[in-house]
Write a protein that binds this ligand. Structure first.
Ligand SMILES: CC(=O)N[C@H]1[C@@H](OP(=O)(O)OP(=O)(O)OC[C@H]2O[C@@H](n3ccc(=O)[nH]c3=O)[C@H](O)[C@@H]2O)O[C@H](CO)[C@@H](O)[C@@H]1O[C@H](C)C(=O)N[C@@H](C)C(=O)N[C@H](CCC(=O)O)C(=O)O
Ligand SMILES: Nc1ncnc2c1ncn2[C@@H]1O[C@H](COP(=O)(O)OP(=O)(O)OP(=O)(O)O)[C@@H](O)[C@H]1O
Ligand SMILES: N[C@H](CCC[C@H](N)C(=O)O)C(=O)O
Ligand SMILES: [Mg+2]
Length: 489
C-alpha cells in the first residue's frame, strides 16, 4: 500500500485530475488483472491501446489511472505522463520500495547464451552457499518458489515484484536475462545492475528492431546505465562497440586475445568440454559437462562474472563442474540407442551454425537436423536457416516451430529459397514434414548407427503455438517415444 501522492513524486507528471491523497493497493498494466484499489497503467501497445481499457479497469476497481494520452473519463484520479512504460518502471520500483538496492543484480544480454550463462552463474553462486534468484526464459526462481516464465525478461512491474519477493526471502544475488526488447521497452529501468554481461551479437529479432544496428544499440543500453563492471566477450565482432560504451571496469573473456579469462587446449566431445582456464594469476583445468565450443564462452562468462564479485576461483571451478546441463540446451536423449539424439534451443542462424558444427565435429555418421522457424518473428532469418540446414547437416527435415498466427506452410515457403538456391534435392538432401511430431518420428526412423539427430528450435518448450490453439508438445518427450517405438519394432 502506498499513498498516491508519494508515488507520483517519482514521476515526471504533466497533468493530474482528481484526488491524489488516496492509498493505492497495487499496480497493474492489464485491465483484466486490476483488483479493487489499484492503479491502472495504460500502455499504448503494438497490438492494442491500453487507454481503450480504462473503463474495464475502473469496472474492476481501479481507483486511479496513469495515462500518456488525454482521456475523456474524469470519474477517477488521473495522472498524465509522457511515457507510461517508463513511468510503470519508476512507479513499480517505488511501490515495492526499491528491492533491487538490497540485491546484487547480474544482467546478461546477447543474442545467444543468455539462459545458459545465467543458469551457470546461478548454480555457481548456489554452490558457494548463497541464496539466489533467477529471471529468464525457462523459469523465474524467486526465493523458494519457481514461477513459470512467458517471456525472457518480464515487464518492469513483474520484475520489481519478483525482486521484492526475493528480498523478503533473504535472497542476496539475482541473475537475470536482459533481452533487447526489455532494453528498448524500458522493462529494466530503475535497476542498478551490479554486473553487466555481454555474450555475443548476431542476427535475430529484425521483426522488432529496424536493423542490426538498432538491435545492437538496444543491447548497448545495458552498458550505459551505470559505471559498474562489464564482462565482455572480446571475440565477438561487436566487442569494441560495447567497450566504447561501457562506463565502468571492463573484464574480458575469450579464446583469442589477451583477455582476463581465457580458455586454452579445448577438447570437446558429445558429453562435455575440457579446457585450461587461464587468468592473470591462475591456470586451472576445467571439466564442463556441457558440450559445444559455445559453452566454453558461456562458462568463461560465468566464471569471470562470479570471480569479479570476489569469490575464489577454485571454488567457482568446482561449482561450474557440478552442473550437469541446462534444460533443452544440447540435451542428450539417451535410451541406449546406437545413434545420438540431441534437443537444442538454437533458433537463430548463429545458434544453428554453432550446434550443427559441434555435432559435425564428433560424429562419424550423418548429421540429421529437424528444424523450423517461429511464426510472427524475424522473417529474414528463415532462408538463412534453410541454407544452414542443408549445408551443415547431411539431411534436413524442415518442419514447424510455433507457427503462431502464420500459416505453417507460408513459413516453410520462406525457408525454402535458402535450400533451393543450392539446388538440393527433396528426398535426398531434405524433406518437408510440416507436422513436428511426424518430423521427429521420421528422423528417428531413418537414423543409422553413429548418426546424430539434432532437433532444434524449441529446447525446453513444452508447447507448440498454432495460433488458434496451443497444444502440449515437448521435443524431448516426442523423441523418447519415437525411440521407444523403434526399439519395440
Ligand atoms: C513486442 C513486445 O514485446 N510486446 C510486449 C508489449 O506488448 P504490447 O505493447 O504490444 O501490448 P498490447 O498487447 O498491444 O497491449 C497494450 C496494453 O494493453 C493492455 N491490455 C490489453 C488487453 C486488455 O483487455 N486490457 C489491457 O489492459 C496490455 O496489458 C498492455 O499493457 O507489452 C506487453 C505487456 O508487457 C507484452 O506482453 C508484450 O510481449 C509480447 C507478448 C511478446 O511476444 N513479446 C516478445 C516478442 C518478447 O518480449 N520477447 C523478448 C525477447 C526474447 C529473446 O531475446 O529471444 C522477451 O524478453 O521475452
Ligand atoms: N554463447 C553462445 N554462442 C552462440 N550460440 C549459443 C551460445 N550459447 C548457446 N548457444 C546456442 O543458442 C541456443 C540458445 O541458447 P540460450 O537459451 O542460452 O540463449 P538465449 O540467449 O537465452 O536465447 P533467448 O534469447 O531465446 O532467450 C542454444 O541452444 C545453443 O544452440
Ligand atoms: N525468445 C525467442 C524464442 C524463439 C523460440 C522459437 N521456438 C520460436 O518460437 O520462434 C523469441 O521469442 O523470439
Ligand atoms: Mg534465454
Amino acid at each position: 500500500m502506498i499513498n498516491l501522492k508519494e508515488l507520483v513524486e517519482v514521476l515526471e507528471v504533466e497533468d493530474t485530475v482528481g484526488n491524489l491523497d488516496i492509498d493505492i493497493t497495487g499496480i497493474a498494466y492489464d485491465s483484466r488483472k486490476i483488483r479493487p484499489g489499484e492503479l491502472f497503467v495504460a500502455i499504448t501497445g503494438f497490438e492494442v491501446d491500453g487507454h481503450d481499457f480504462i473503463n474495464g479497469a475502473i469496472a474492476n476497481g481501479a481507483q486511479a489511472v496513469l495515462v500518456e494520452k488525454d482521456i475523456a473519463n474524469k470519474d477517477v484520479t488521473t495522472i498524465k505522463v509522457s511515457n507510461t512504460r517508463k513511468a510503470l518502471a519508476r512507479a513499480s520500483a517505488k511501490f515495492y520500495d526499491y528491492p533491487a538496492d538490497d540485491l546484487t543484480i547480474i544482467g546478461v544480454t546477447g543474442t545467444n547464451g543468455k539462459t545458459t550463462t545465467t543458469y551457470l552463474i546461478e548454480s555457481v553462486l548456489d554452490n558457494l552457499g548463497l541464496k539466489t534468484g533467477l529471471i529468464g526464459t525457462i523459469k523465474n526462481k524467486v526465493g523458494t518458489s519457481i514461477q513459470g516464465a512467458s517471456r525472457t525478461t518480464p515487464e518492469s512491474l513483474d520484475i520489481q515484484r519478483f525482486f521484492a519477493q526475493m528480498r523478503e526471502e533473504g535472497v542476496t544475488h539475482a541473475v537475470m536475462e536482459v533481452s533487447s526488447h526489455a532494453l528498448e521497452l524500458g522493462r529494466v529501468l530503475e535497476i542498478d545492475f551490479d554486473r553487466q554481461v555481454f555474450t555475443n551479437l548476431s542476427q535475430d529479432h529484425l521483426d522488432f528492431h529496424q536493423s542490426l544496428e538498432d538491435y545492437l544499440n538496444a543491447k548497448l543500453k545495458l552498458f550505459t546505465m551505470n559505471d559498474k563492471p562489464a564482462i565482455i566477450n572480446f571475440d565477438d565482432q561487436q566487442a569494441d562497440k560495447i567497450k566504447e560504451q561501457a562506463r565502468g571496469e571492463i573484464i574480458s573473456y575469450g579464446l583469442e586475445d589477451e583477455v582476463d579469462f581465457k580458455a586454452r587446449d579445448i577438447k570437446i566431445d558429445v558429453k562435455g568440454v575440457n579446457y585450461q582456464l587461464i587468468t592473470k594469476q591462475n591456470k586451472l583445468p576445467v571439466k564442463l559437462k556441457l558440450s559445444g565450443k559455445f559453452n566454453v564462452y558461456n562458462s568463461l562468462a560465468a566464471i569471470a562474472t562470479v570471480a569479479s564479485l570476489g569469490f575464489d576461483l577454485t571454488e567457482i571451478k568446482e561449482g561450474i563442474e557440478d552442473i550437469c546441463g541446462v534444460p533443452g540446451r544440447f540435451q542428450l536423449i539417451d535410451q541406449g540407442q546406437d545413434f545420438g539424439v540431441i534437443v537444442d534451443y538454437a533458433h537463430t542462424p548463429d545458434g544453428m551454425e554453432n550446434v550443427l558444427k559441434t555435432a559435425n565435429e564428433f560424429t562419424t555418421g550423418r548429421v540429421i537436423v529437424v528444424f523450423g522457424c517461429g511464426g510472427d518473428r524475424d522473417r529474414k532469418k528463415r532462408p538463412i536457416m534453410g541454407r544452414l540446414g542443408v549445408t551443415l547437416a547431411d539431411f534436413a527435415i524442415v518442419t514447424s516451430d510455433n507457427p503462431r498466427s502464420e500459416d505453417p506452410m507460408d513459413i516453410i515457403a520462406d525457408i525454402m529459397p535458402g535450400i533451393n538456391e543450392l539446388e538440393k534435392k527433396s528426398g535426398e538432401d531434405y524433406i518437408v514434414i510440416e507436422n513436428r511430431g511426424e518430423a521427429i518420428n521420421k528422423a528417428v526412423e531413418m537414423a543409422n548407427a553413429d548418426d546424430i539427430i539434432l532437433i532444434i528450435g524449441k529446447g525446453h518448450e513444452t508447447y507448440q503455438d498454432l495460433g488458434d490453439k496451443v497444444i502440449d508438445f515437448d521435443d524431448s518427450e516426442v523423441a523418447r517415444e519415437a525411440l521407444e517405438y523403434r526399439s519395440e519394432e
